[in-house]
Design a protein around this ligand. Structure first.
Ligand code: SF4
Length: 389
């Protein structure tokens, strides 16, 4: 049996209402939830029948993302967890995360999740300002966000994270400072702070195209990014990835660290979910209707799969490991047959204060995190410019 650790991602494709900036796959028809849970459990069975080598592997992290996983009742979650348990071994110290929308949780529901083994909650808070929340299209207000974190503690969760978004159009420094202060006051174990990206195909993208919303310019975004870094560092959070800050090494998001490793396996289930197993990347259809049809026809609901070339793998590993806890130099050199420390670009980036070399790792500095894409580009052949994050 393959003894290497495995992670599992499950995509729950429902939201009460779509947020203006969001390009994750989800639909607002919540009445299809029960049917979806049945389909999801069938997909798990089908994948394990198609890939018997996955059977019995130990899950070290489980992540329910979406969409809004916290729309699931504990009973619905129980059905899915039972199916995972039937096929995999769940490690005693498995990190089991549920993404939650503060507008969808109750104490009873969170207690129900806890009983089922969920031990980490990630709340999409985004902002504590009423106008910003309205602009983003969130279904909750700041009080509900504060109350959700309080309920999580009451339900027994000792690993709680919140998501924030900055670089909103016209965002003033004082508003961002206030949101950061409010977030810090909640004393969560982890904070993710994302730069707002105007994703193609979202309502926000259309508003920008129509000049109804003006994006913040990249220099201003970089200034706000720097404020986030400084304020969270002062509050004792360690930045261990471009957008992620942990109170201690033990509260880093283990599941996401698997994604950012570039070598570790994760399976996934649900519409639009992506997986990476034994060097092969595959992803499911981004349509619940098509997902259901394919499963009923006895087909895995995949839309594509690919095996990356060595050159593509090199780029991916560089990007993923650099953006998080650091690139493992010896392993990289051995897999890709080079000596990174002899690369003149690496020497230049270290001297320029973008990278540092410590404990066998090549790591971004605080400034380097703001230029990650450009640094990776620089480590590709014949490219020289920095591109702002
Ligand atoms: S709640 Fe989350 S997944 Fe749903 S639309 Fe908003 S950002 Fe996207």
């Amino acid at each position: 049996m393959n003894e290497s650790p495995l992670s599992a991602y499950l995509h729950i494709p429902f939201c009460e209402r779509k947020c203006v900036y969001c390009d994750f796959y989800s639909i607002e028809n919540l009445s299809l939830r029960e049917e979806f849970v049945e389909l999801l459990t069938r997909e798990i069975d089908m994948k394990l029948a198609a890939y018997p080598q996955l059977a019995g592997r130990m899950l070290h992290t489980i992540f329910f993302g979406g969409g809004t996983p916290s729309l699931l009742t504990p009973h619905e979650l129980e059905r899915i967890v039972a199916k995972l348990s039937a096929h995999f071994t769940i490690a005693d110290d498995c990190e089991f995360t549920m993404e939650c929308n503060p507008g969808t949780v109750t104490l009873e529901k969170l207690r129900g999740y806890r009983v089922l083994g969920v031990n980490r909650l990630s709340f999409g808070v985004q902002s504590f300002d009423a106008d910003e929340l309205k602009f983003l299209g969130r279904i909750h207000d700041a009080d509900q966000a504060r109350e959700a974190v309080r309920l999580a503690r009451e339900a027994g969760f000792d690993n709680v994270s919140i998501d924030l978004i900055f670089s909103l159009p016209g965002q003033k420094e004082a508003l961002l400072q206030n949101t950061l202060d409010e977030a810090i006051a909640l004393e969560t174990d982890h904070i993710s702070a994302y730069n707002l990206i105007v994703e193609h195909g979202t309502p926000l993208y259309r508003l920008v195209q129509l000049n109804k919303v003006i994006e913040l310019d990249p220099e201003r975004s970089a200034e706000l990014f720097s404020i986030v870094q400084q304020r969270l560092a002062e509050a004792g959070f360690e930045q261990y990835e471009i957008s992620n800050y942990a109170k201690s090494p033990g509260t880093r998001a283990k599941h996401n660290l698997v994604y950012w490793d570039g070598f570790k396996d994760y399976v996934s289930f649900g519409p639009s979910a992506h997986e990476f197993v034994a060097g092969e990347r595959a992803w499911n259809v981004s349509s619940l209707e098509q997902y259901g049809r394919m499963i009923r026809e006895g087909k895995l609901p995949r839309i594509n799969r690919e095996v990356l070339s060595m050159e593509e793998r090199r780029t991916e590993v560089l990007y993923l490991q650099l953006r998080s806890t650091g690139l493992r130099i010896a392993e990289f050199n051995s897999v890709f047959g080079e000596d990174l420390l002899l690369n003149p670009e690496v020497t230049f980036l270290i001297e320029d204060g973008m990278l540092r070399h410590e404990n066998g790792l090549l790591r971004l500095t605080e400034r380097g995190y703001r230029f990650c894409d450009g640094i990776v580009t620089r480590l590709m052949p014949s490219e020289v410019s920095y591109v702002l994050q």
